[in-house]
Design a protein around this ligand. Structure first.
Ligand SMILES: [Zn+2]
Length: 81
């Protein structure tokens, strides 16, 4: 399995967050991976637009998000602050 945020390899015990929680995290500025942003920008899209597009796409997700420990810790600090 892979972390849905950073693509790190995780095992089946990896923490998950619900789609609803993930939407909250996106609003806090968490959840976008720099690699994915760069990939969209490589298509000639300005950075702000790339971020907006990825955020909009992620917000339509209905399934749980699998996170690695690093992303999960970041997510937790985002949601509590
Ligand atoms: Zn991760």
């Amino acid at each position: 399995m892979l972390c849905d945020v950073c693509n790190a390899t995780v095992d089946s015990n990896a923490p998950r967050v619900s789609a609803d929680t993930f939407r909250l995290l996106l609003d806090c500025g968490f959840g976008l991976n720099e690699t994915n942003v760069q990939m969209v920008m490589d298509g000639g899209v300005p950075r702000a637009e790339a971020i907006a597009r990825l955020t909009a796409a992620y917000k339509t997700s209905q399934s749980d998000w699998v996170l690695c420990d690093v992303c999960f810790q970041k997510a937790k600090s985002n949601i509590t602050s």
